[in-house]
Unconditional design. Sequence first.
Length: 308
Amino acid sequence: MNAVTPIPQPHSGSRITLRSSKALGWRGFGAELVSVAAGLHRIPALKHHRVGVHVGAPVRARCMCNERRYARIQAHGDVDVIPAGLDGQWTDESACTIFSVWFAEDFARKTVEQLELKSSETGLRPQFQMRDPRFQHLAWALRAELEADDASDPLYAESLCTAMIVRLIGGAPMLDNKRRTLAPKTAARVIDFIEAHLDQRLTLTELAAHAELSVPHFKVLFRETLGMPVHQYVVQRRVERAKTLLLDGGLSASQIALDTGFAHQSHMAHWMNRLLGVTPRELIKSSANAGSIIELNSLNARRITTPR
């Protein structure tokens, strides 16, 4: 998972990419929004798992995968799951839009292994027209992240994709009755690591490793301990540190954005405005009046979309 997941090679049939995660720094997974023309389309067997979510008006389609044929009307939110190594083809009677997500085998395998399920329970199987409201919620959240002018930290997309894999295999993590939160020393160790690396790209894998837990269990225990998901906590800490540095006045806004882990200055401004309700410039102006310093708005913070 150290390399950015490659965009799948174009298959036969006319497709126009409307949005792509190629430049977002997502690793081990990726997504794109594509416009697909009517007609026959063939997909070669690939080394990663693919999920296609139908977007928009219903479309009549016929497809073949794993030597089985299917005829159906694809409705908004219908999901097709194609495991790695399977090829296929389908015919759409009219043009449509597909939100396509893919997971590297290594990314999916590590998630599955960490759930500690029996081997018979861990396989991704082909599915067509899967209708799962919870999976759709995760998919639409990831699509919103793909289409956002200022995307969140890649940690958020990773959280969504991990939850999608867990949902696909039906393996929600089970917690020991005696362990509902992180041990105090473990929580302190993870928080110290986050504080020391806010300017860098953080991943669930490395944070879970510091807690000596699997990613699925770490996500649950972190939420129970800190009262919010990992990605939300990281964004809040970045905003709080950026606020402190801006008020100190020793660095430019662009440098502060980089030093606090934001992609660029406008990315920092977006999150400051969302969480504090003010832009960096307005924050600096407010420092002239000691009584008007902006505090982090926890109500706004809770409005960040979070996966369960």
